[in-house]
Design a protein. Structure first.
Length: 466
């Protein structure tokens, strides 16, 4: 288990990616050998051409991207063996189509003379076989971390729930420490191992390598001396808020205290990073606007033909440091959508949404004009989603730390958008803020790029829009 952007990720995912990249290269080299089996000299000549290395790199990149977008590196999904085989075949089918299109546009990248077909057959067989073998090898060799939770309340139960959900992390929950002396008691299906006074002995007996402190009120009850002793002996001690953040990719507002924000890692800001992020926003905004212009012209015509009203819808949103601006969108609702009931969140199957508007929202095409907001400096490409002033006034009264999301520019996409469905209630806003705070804690250029990759997958699949 490793941390990526302060989130727990199974090391097996990266191992799979490296192994499958190697297998694709081996498959293509083997395909050349098989294609020219009766002429070794020609096979050697084919492999020595510099273009072959470039062609192989392109195939590796496209195949791995298709595996990623088909969730084959999301080991927490828990796919069956049959479903995983189908996903591998679907991914390689999509990769073949994309490569065929790429070869049509750039013929020099083509792996010709039957090599490509033989290579893809070998890739399919080797990837499916290697995943089965790697599963067995991982189960036998992967180090298992034994975890103990200090506490028996609601917070401890939430931690147990998340730990059992993340079976890909090779973490085994031994049980809880604290509460009553009754060792037959169980919480969330796991035993209460004993009182806090016996924590050191229990940790040694169970060979615990990690203790998570999940006590709602630690004042006067935290076994500091025992925790220090275990920590010095090599047992990792972690607070519940940090553990939940690593397990879920969000900052649990029910678990954190103000001191956590003050003393936790992250929330770094740098003028150079801000300048680089702004430069990337300008480049991405300009390129995005230029590339999407033909699509925007078609969308504008369709919106105009379907219903009365402006093509571009302007709506006031709250931006960085609470400064308001007008966000630009293609109009996806009827022109009189808010005349009767005023401002309200869009609901599922909202009757105010037009037929073409439903399609635009599903594939996020209504948000293409926001490239202009990015170029103006009102928005970033990645950041918390901007909200309307009337909703902000309501939410800041009921949700703690809500205004912290306004410390950076809002984004066209963001960590909350790719992790959580469309929000249409105060509860949704609360949950999305937890993801926004995680983004603020771990904000970086590489994190932004990872979010953009996930956004592309969501847009292609048409998930999350209303």
């Amino acid at each position: 288990m490793i941390r990526v952007f302060n989130q727990y990720v199974s090391g097996k995912s990266f191992l799979l990616m490296a192994v499958e990249a190697l297998l694709i290269v081996v498959s293509l080299i083997s395909a050349v050998r098989l294609r020219f089996w009766n002429n070794p000299a020609e096979a050697l000549s084919y492999l020595s051409i510099p273009d072959f290395a470039v062609q192989t790199t392109v195939v590796v990149f496209v195949c791995l991207a298709c595996f990623y977008y088909n969730d084959l590196y999301d080991l927490s999904a828990g796919y069956s063996a049959v479903e995983r085989v189908l996903r591998v075949e679907q991914s390689l089918g999509a990769a073949s189509l994309l490569l065929g299109l790429l070869y049509f546009m750039v013929p020099g990248l083509l792996l010709g003379r039957g090599v490509f077909i033989i290579g893809m057959v070998l890739v399919t067989a080797l990837v499916i076989l290697s995943r089965k073998l790697l599963d067995k090898a991982w189960q036998l060799s992967a180090p298992m971390q034994r975890v103990m939770i200090l506490g028996t309340g609601q917070l401890a139960m939430e931690l147990a729930r998340e730990l059992t959900r993340r079976g890909d992390l090779s973490m085994k929950l031994e049980g809880f420490v604290g509460g009553s002396q009754d060792k037959s008691e169980k919480i969330f299906g796991f035993p209460v191992l004993g009182p806090t006074s016996e924590m050191e002995a229990i940790a040694k007996e169970r060979a615990v390598s990690r203790i998570i402190v999940a006590m709602e009120d630690c004042r006067g009850t935290l076994p500091t001396r025992e925790l220090v002793t275990l920590r010095v002996q090599g047992v990792r001690v972690e607070d519940a808020a940090s553990a939940l953040s690593g397990l879920t990719g969000r900052v649990s507002l029910r678990a954190v205290k103000p001191s956590w924000f003050v003393f936790s890692d992250g929330f770094h800001r740098s003028k150079w990073i801000d300048l680089l992020k702004r430069a990337l926003d300008l480049a991405a905004g300009a390129i995005g606007l230029a590339v999407s212009m033909p699509i925007m012209i078609v969308v504008a015509l369709v919106v105009r033909l379907e219903s009365k009203g402006p093509i571009i819808f302007r709506q006031t949103r709250v931006g960085r440091m609470g400064k308001c601006f007008e966000v630009l969108k293609f109009r996806s609702m009827s022109d009189d959508a808010e005349k009767t009931n005023g401002a309200q969140w869009a609901s599922e199957n909202d009757p105010r949404v037009t037929r073409i508007g439903r399609f635009l929202r599903k594939y996020r095409l209504d948000e293409l004009p926001q490239f202009v907001n990015v170029i103006r400096g009102e928005m970033s490409f990645v950041g918390p989603r901007p909200e309307r002033p009337c909703f902000v006034e309501e939410l800041r009264k009921t949700i703690p730390y809500y205004d912290e999301r306004h410390s950076v520019r809002p984004g066209i996409t963001g960590w909350a958008q790719v992790q959580y469905n469309y929000g249409a209630s105060v509860e949704d806003a609360f949950n999305k803020l937890e993801y926004d705070l995680f983004y603020l804690q771990n904000m970086s250029i590489t994190f932004d790029l990872a979010i953009i990759f996930q956004t592309i997958r969501i847009v292609i699949g048409g998930h999350g829009g209303r």
